[in-house]
Design a protein around this ligand. Structure first.
Ligand code: GDP
Ligand code: MG
Length: 476
């Protein structure tokens, strides 16, 4: 997801930090790299120009000198990128007796049906009584698709294969009081190729009848900057309260879609009549857990290779289901930098559900520089490996489980465990290596493992900048 853009920004930060003298040539070349990368990510040219002009101006400002200037520019770049991404916007569900109704809107193929299921699963895992309602009667297979997704993930759903009028389907559900037991109802609607009269009139009448708590526009990331126009058009037709950007994993244009939405919401602030729109969630793959709340600060932090522990913890939450005790324990040990071998196993297992190591590597602080050091396939999620590891752990003494380092000091232990577990010494060493790497990553500097939900603080930024400036890259 936007890997290339992240890489260019990291390089630019390095260049600034390591420069002995920030002369015009250097500044120009950094600005050119940034411009190219941002435009490739489909960020609007005007936005890009505004950002790079500010950087240039600060860089050539004679009043700020030396190290202060470098810190200033790195901070400025960070702040401006953050501004491009917009503000955090959360889907606020009411608790209590009132029913929440989230209506998903969007054109053909934008990802509404898959997102309905992802969103349903997301909130189900967070304790909501959730039901999906299929109102797409346009495509013959649409309701069937919703049904399959729902059944696969144990979600309640309501469809009507005989009725062709979505309004009637809804009215029937209400009349028969089918939805009364759910505090969250997610409504999948039909799309069209474009927002034509037919679609407008359909979503208007549905909206009037359903009276949704939230009307969420679903758009695929690959439309890039066009997200702005599409949001405006839908906003004119019905009141959009928020946006979900899908397929962030499959395009380099995600930057365009995100920044276009942020720009739109910024403009919206000027007018009091319309509600502010912003991005609630992004989706990053075809699996049920490939959805995450969009939170600009940690998102940027991840883009810059500084990790995003908050999202990682959220992902673990989705994968471990409502088991709060387990989540808290893992979270605490992540924060303390002391995972046990059992944690490693359960992590690897839940990675299967999360979608593999590929999906989470950017969320681990400092991972950007570390990538090459990790042997290929080390964290692959094969079932075979997991069960081998479970056997190994069962053959270990409690003392060894607590302090796996013991095995390195006394290799006779490895031989004993190998025999007991029916595995080779190499298998045990592979597990130890995995354990060490995870713990090292997590321990790597206290400033990297703080609470990233608020993004990087100024102090953390400065610390980072100083680290860069000593010519030392992050310690990975
Ligand atoms: P709808 O027509 O708006 O209901 O769109 P669908 O939910 O049927 O999705 C259209 C296609 O996009 C399907 O093939 C989905 O599997 C795919 N899709 C949806 N979200 C994502 C995503 O986040 N990543 C990827 N790679 N594919 C997605
Ligand atoms: Mg659909």
């Amino acid at each position: 997801m936007l890997e290339k853009l992240g890489e260019v920004i990291r390089k630019a930060t390095n260049k600034i930090a390591n420069a002995i003298f920030l002369d015009k040539n250097l500044v120009d070349s950094i600005v050119r790299d940034l411009q190219r990368a941002l435009i490739e990510a489909d960020v609007g040219i005007l936005l890009v120009k505004k950002l790079t002009d500010k950087i240039k101006k600060a860089a050539l400002d004679e009043r700020i000198k030396g190290i202060d200037k470098k810190e200033h520019i790195i901070k400025l770049l960070h702040d401006e990128l953050l501004r491009l991404l917009g503000e955090k916007k959360e889907l606020n569900l009411k608790t209590g007796k009132e029913q929440n109704r989230i209506m998903l809107l969007g054109l053909y193929g934008s990802g509404k049906t898959t997102t309905s299921a992802k969103l349903g699963n997301y909130f189900l895992k967070r304790g909501h009584k959730t039901a999906l309602v299929g109102l797409d009667t346009h495509r013959p297979a649409a309701q069937e698709q919703l049904k399959q997704l729902a059944e696969k993930n144990s979600l309640k759903y309501f469809i009507d294969l005989k009725e062709k009028d979505p309004l009637k389907i809804w009215k029937n559900l209400i009349k028969e009081d089918k939805l009364k037991n759910y505090d969250l109802v997610i409504i999948d609607t039909a799309g069209r190729h474009t927002l034509d009269k037919d679609l407008i009139s359909e979503i208007k009448s549905l909206s009037k009848e359903i009276n949704p708590t939230e009307s969420v526009l679903v758009m695929p990331a690959d439309i890039g900057q066009a997200a702005k126009k599409q949001t405006q058009e839908f906003q004119e037709a019905v009141n959009i309260s928020g946006i979900i950007i899908t397929r962030m994993d499959s395009t380099a244009k995600g930057g365009g879609a995100l920044t276009a939405c942020a720009e739109f919401s910024e403009n919206e602030k000027e007018s009091e009549k319309t509600k502010k729109v912003g991005v609630y969630f992004i989706t990053t793959g075809e699996k049920i857990n490939d959805i995450e709340p969009f939170n600009p600060k940690p998102f940027l932090s991840r883009l810059l290779g500084m990790g995003d522990l908050q999202s990682l913890i959220e992902k673990i939450k989705s994968a471990t289901g409502g088991d709060e005790g387990k989540q808290k324990a893992i979270q605490k040990r992540i924060e303390e930098g002391k995972l046990s071998l059992d944690d490693v196993i359960s992590q690897v297992r839940s990675m299967n559900q999360i979608g593999g190591f590929e999906k989470i590597k950017g969320m681990i602080p400092g991972f950007a520089g570390m990538e090459k050091k990790i042997p290929e396939n080390l964290m692959e999620t094969q079932q075979e490996k997991i069960s081998k590891w479970e056997h190994i752990i069962k053959s270990m003494t409690p003392e060894e489980k607590e302090n796996p380092e013991l095995l390195e000091k006394q290799t006779s232990r490895i031989a004993r465990i190998a025999k007991g577990a029916g595995v080779s010494g190499a298998d045990i060493r592979a597990l130890l290596k995995q354990y060490k790497i995870l713990n090292e990553m997590i321990k790597s500097g206290p400033e990297m493992t703080g609470d990233f939900s608020q993004g990087l603080s100024q102090k953390q930024m400065m610390k980072l900048a100083k680290k860069f400036m000593k010519g030392k890259k992050l310690r990975f």
